[in-house]
Design a protein around this ligand. Structure first.
Ligand SMILES: NC(=O)c1ccc[n+]([C@@H]2O[C@H](COP(=O)([O-])OP(=O)(O)OC[C@H]3O[C@@H](n4cnc5c(N)ncnc54)[C@H](OP(=O)(O)O)[C@@H]3O)[C@@H](O)[C@H]2O)c1
Length: 462
């Protein structure tokens, strides 16, 4: 068949959740994809260690293999899609595919947060495409926005809710459906959280995505170890109730700011004003806010994970790779070398990898924030005076104070909101406060994001 000859061949390594979704989209949308491209995209091979489990999609005989290398080296495979997750052997598979002249697509944020530039450099040198739209924000096309649509602007802020599992848990807690452990168990039963939820609830997944976003937005490389990370395990429904009283929702935010002093990069639970659009991102949805010098604030919202949203992003990258390949082939010089790759193919990071510079990351201790502090204190006179004296010695001033509940076994919750204070000073003060004989247990501290891009506010007048 003539169209079969012109087909772009795809090999998918990893027939799990996302791999199955990609196979489905390629099957169900085959005709519209061919219409868009002018030629078909054909699934040539699928590799998975487990070739027995029924994934609910039928593959032609001979397509499924256990051998990822046979897929990579199959001459009919033009685009290799890595969907196995983890660092190795995913990294090696991608580098081998690139060395074999194949374009590569991945959704693997854990891999890219450390080895993204290495793989992008290899792709650049070999003149093949590398796509990773699905690595951040699932079906939200945030990578393409940063790589292409906003290429004319200088971004200096990127922040948002990039983990659907954590956001689902916080939303359920905010709606009064229980404490963290209970809601986590519910999310696991619904398939929204892994059996081992560490990456999602401890902020590691958000960290990986933040590193990718910062590289795309600022052209700066941040090492994951340089980012301050806290998860949501210590958030309680009592903190959420106080947040509501003060006019906030608690969200797990990933925040990066490019400032003249360096890059601020952090992942932690934050109190987000209820007037800010991010506070209204509920359930498993994600949203990413960008602040550019020329554009100002823009917000991108949608399904942040899951089989079909993520698969859609993977397939869009496959189509981009197919277009690049065809264009390069049709403009090849007589000697066979592609004449146009540098001119037509947008580099993976929207700039050559040599243009990605190591970021000077501002240590968390040197950043300043407003804080919410909840203490369990003995119900005695003079306790508050001691605490405010310790805060005062570190030049931390109290903005609001709340103490509603009566004493239980002689202990009451004491809630403070501070004005902006340096993290180092706050940490010294909290260390001293925690050692007071009248203070029980570890203080709970949540940063208040009063300064989030004001253009993201819901009210036009805010
Ligand atoms: N799930 C989401 O919503 C989502 C969203 C965005 C991005 N992602 C990313 O997408 C990637 C895939 O995620 P997933 O949820 O689809 O994972 P998954 O369901 O665990 O699927 C991974 C598949 O790869 C197979 N595999 C592992 N090592 C292999 C190897 N060496 N050769 C061949 N197959 C191998 C696994 O087989 P075994 O099970 O037999 O080990 C499994 O079937 C990850 O990088 C993830 O971070 C996922």
């Amino acid at each position: 068949m003539a169209s079969e000859k012109k087909a772009v061949g795809v090999g998918v390594i990893g027939f799990g959740t996302i791999g199955t979704g990609v196979v489905r989209v390629l099957r169900d949308e085959g005709a519209s994809i061919e219409e868009r491209l002018g030629y078909p995209v054909r699934l040539v091979r699928v590799a998975d260690l487990d070739t027995r489990t029924d994934r609910g999609v039928r593959l032609r005989k001979g397509v499924l293999t256990k051998d990822a290398r046979a897929l990579i080296n199959d001459p009919k495979v033009d685009v290799v899609v890595e969907l196995i997750g983890g660092v190795e052997p995913a990294r090696t598979f991608m580098l081998e595919a690139i060395a074999a002249g194949k374009s590569v697509v991945t959704a693997n944020k854990a891999l890219l947060s450390v080895h993204g530039p290495e793989i992008a450099r290899a792709a650049e040198r070999r003149g093949v495409a590398m796509g990773f739209e699905a690595s951040v924000g699932g079906g939200i096309p945030i990578i393409k926005v940063l790589r292409e649509s906003l290429a004319g602007d200088e971004n200096h802020e990127v922040y948002g809710i990039v983990n659907g599992t954590a956001n689902f848990i916080l939303t359920e807690m905010s709606d009064g459906h229980g404490e963290f452990e209970q809601v986590l168990a519910e999310a696991q039963a619904m398939g929204l959280a892994e059996a081992d939820p560490t990456y999602d609830v401890d902020g590691i997944d958000s960290l990986h995505k933040l590193v990718i976003l910062a590289a795309m937005a600022f052209g700066k490389r941040i090492r994951p170890k340089q980012v301050h990370v806290e998860g949501i395990r210590r958030v309680s429904s009592m903190d959420i109730a106080y947040a509501h009283e003060f006019g906030y929702e608690i969200k797990l935010l990933a925040v990066a700011r490019d400032t003249p002093e360096g890059v601020e990069a952090r992942v932690h639970p934050s109190m987000v004003p209820r007037t800010h659009l991010l506070s209204q991102v509920r359930g498993a949805f994600n949203a990413v806010c960008l602040r550019g010098r020329a554009l100002g604030t823009s917000i991108y919202y949608g399904q942040g994970a899951g089989m079909m949203p993520t698969a859609t992003a993977v397939v869009a990258d496959i189509l981009d790779a197919a277009r690049n390949m065809r264009y390069a082939a049709s403009h090849a010089r007589p000697q066979g070398r592609a004449a146009c790759t540098a001119g037509t193919m947008v580099p993976a990071y929207g700039r050559p990898v040599r243009g990605l510079h190591a970021a000077r990351v501002i240590p968390m201790a040197s950043t300043s924030h407003e804080h919410y502090i909840r203490l369990s204190v003995a119900d005695k006179p003079g306790v508050l005076a001691r605490i405010s004296s310790i805060l005062g010695k570190e030049s931390i001033s109290i903005a609001t104070l709340a103490q509603h509940e009566g004493a239980r076994r002689g202990v009451v919750p004491l809630v403070l909101r501070t004005h902006r204070a340096e993290e180092a000073a706050m940490s010294r003060a909290l260390g001293r406060i925690a050692r007071l004989s009248t203070v029980r247990g570890r203080p709970v501290v949540i940063r208040v994001e009063e300064a989030l891009g004001s253009n993201g506010r819901v009210r036009a007048d805010a």
